[in-house]
Design a protein around this ligand. Structure first.
Ligand SMILES: [Mn+2]
Length: 211
């Protein structure tokens, strides 16, 4: 199974790297089974946002990946417009059973993921996973150590294979530029590179049609 996770796109944000995002999604889409947009796909709830979103859906339809899209909701503040598009595949999380175990994608704000003063994004995410294992949430499946948990929201790329906790980047300017324009790909049949964070250059290398 091939799953792609893109998050914190903030598609209608004036500083969104929209062209690069569209290039990334167009490059990988033909090879993916599912494309998870893990929250904060949109930034505001204006009419302009609605129009841009409709344009994105048109493009997805034209390029035949509309049915591969799965939207994970973040907050009504950012993703409110999504609720008007009731025919899209959407939920507050996305869970998959793969050859490497269960994978769950959540937008961190929904489970209280935040950065405390001293902590790092990665530590905060590890802690958030531990709390989920301990206490759970009514609206979430039961989460165990074995789950690979993919958190968005902090706009920070990290990768902790041992703890099975991962952070996605964002498509607007970030504190650390290495967290910008990152595409996470899970390919449970690729033994060498099962979960990878890819820059646009790496995507071009891997997925561009060779002529
Ligand atoms: Mn965000």
């Amino acid at each position: 199974m091939k799953i792609c996770v893109l998050a914190d796109v903030h598609f209608d944000h004036p500083n969104c790297y929209r062209e690069e995002f569209l290039e990334a999604i167009s490059l990988i889409a033909p090879k993916m089974d599912v494309i998870v947009l893990n929250g904060d796909f949109l930034d505001s709830t204006s009419n302009k946002t609605r129009k841009l979103f409709e344009e994105f859906l048109e493009l997805a339809k034209k390029e035949n990946f509309l049915t591969k899209l799965f939207f994970v909701r973040s907050s009504s503040h950012h993703d409110g417009v999504l609720d008007e598009f009731w025919d899209l595949a959407m939920n507050d999380y996305a869970e998959f059973s793969t050859n490497i175990g269960k994978v769950i994608c959540i937008h961190g704000n929904k489970v209280g993921l935040h950065l405390d003063e001293k902590g790092s994004e990665e530590l905060a995410a590890i802690k958030a996973k531990e709390i989920l294992i301990e206490k759970g949430r009514k609206w979430l499946p039961k989460i165990t150590q074995e789950h690979h948990v993919i958190f968005s929201h902090l706009h920070r790329k990290f990768y902790n294979e041992r703890k099975r906790v991962y952070g996605t980047g964002c498509w607007i300017p970030a504190k650390d530029r290495r967290s910008e324009k990152v595409t996470m790909i899970i390919d449970d049949e690729d033994k060498n590179d099962t979960i990878s964070n890819n820059t646009l250059a790496q995507l071009r290398e891997k997925y561009q049609q060779k002529h």
